[in-house]
Design a protein around this ligand. Structure first.
Ligand code: MTE
Ligand code: MO
Length: 253
């Protein structure tokens, strides 16, 4: 081995070791300040912790970009409506979703079941933001709904709660937000879109819009939210269904 390649090898090794030590140090600091995301144990875990920790320290109050009304997409990308809506969904649709219920429970002082009308009475917010799919397409729409923070105040989320978990009527769609994302002013339980009711294709009657993160965090047909201290016992314990399929729990854009 020539001295030069040997030196390269040594420097390369030193850089790698410093990189690994850096990640380990970042991990220690992150865990001390509560900056470890639920999916930190996955293949990309160290990177996820750095990304999430950085976002939480520097950008937790940042706002998702809002657009002028003139930029609302004329033909928003309409996904196929989940085919696995069972009879219960169709029955509710036939009733005009009058009996749709959002159950909010877990670490809360007052577990409550809200109808869409109950939510509407609690508060109203709106935003013109972009839904961005991890597959690359996006569209801009106006979203109208009740700030999740108002619902959290109403049920009295207890201080030991660290995540708000949420579940769609199609059981495989579930996710969770940390408290700063859940209380963020742009996080809305939406029941309206572009000045009308929220169409079924876009998640009606009730969809959680999380505009600071990728589209998959904006779960449609929400029927339950629960305040928890840990996401350990849900699915594989990674915080949502997304990391089980190779995507990240924290999907900031
Ligand atoms: N319940 C439920 N929520 C869902 C999905 C779904 O199939 N079912 N798809 C997710 C994904 S991957 C994206 S990108 C967005 C798409 O939103 P859109 O249909 O309004 O375009 O919804 C998210 N929320
Ligand atoms: Mo998506």
């Amino acid at each position: 081995m020539s001295p030069i390649s040997r030196r390269k090898l040594i420097t390369g090794g030193a850089v790698t070791a410093a990189g690994v030590a850096g990640l380990a140090a970042a991990d220690r600091i992150a865990s001390r300040y509560g900056l470890i995301p639920p999916d930190h144990g996955t293949l990309y875990g160290a990177g996820e912790t750095l990304n999430y920790g950085f976002q939480r320290l520097l950008a937790r109050h940042a706002m998702a970009r809002e657009f002028p009304r003139s930029m609302i997409s004329k033909t928003p990308f309409l996904n196929e409506v989940s085919p696995h809506h069972g009879n219960d969904f169709q029955q509710q649709q036939a009733e005009g979703f009058r009996n749709w219920k959002l159950q909010v429970d877990g670490l809360v002082a007052r577990p409550t079941s809200f109808s869409v009308a109950d939510l509407q009475a609690l508060g109203r917010g709106s935003q013109i933001t972009e839904v961005m799919c991890e597959e690359g397409w996006s569209y801009i729409a106006e979203w109208i709904g009740t700030p999740l923070s108002a619902v959290m105040r109403e049920v009295g989320v207890l201080p030991q709660a660290r995540y708000m978990a949420y579940f769609g009527i199609d059981k495989e769609w579930w996710d969770s937000l940390d408290m700063s994302e859940a209380r963020h002013p742009q996080t809305l339980l939406t029941w309206g879109m572009n000045d009308g009711d929220l169409p079924v294709g876009f998640g009606g009657p009730l969809r959680l819009r999380v505009p600071r993160q990728l589209g998959y965090k904006s779960i449609k047909y929400v029927v339950r939210m629960t305040a928890v201290e840990s996401m350990q016992k849900y699915g594989k314990g990674l915080g949502s269904a997304a990391p089980e399929g190779g995507y990240t729990w924290y999907a900031g854009i």
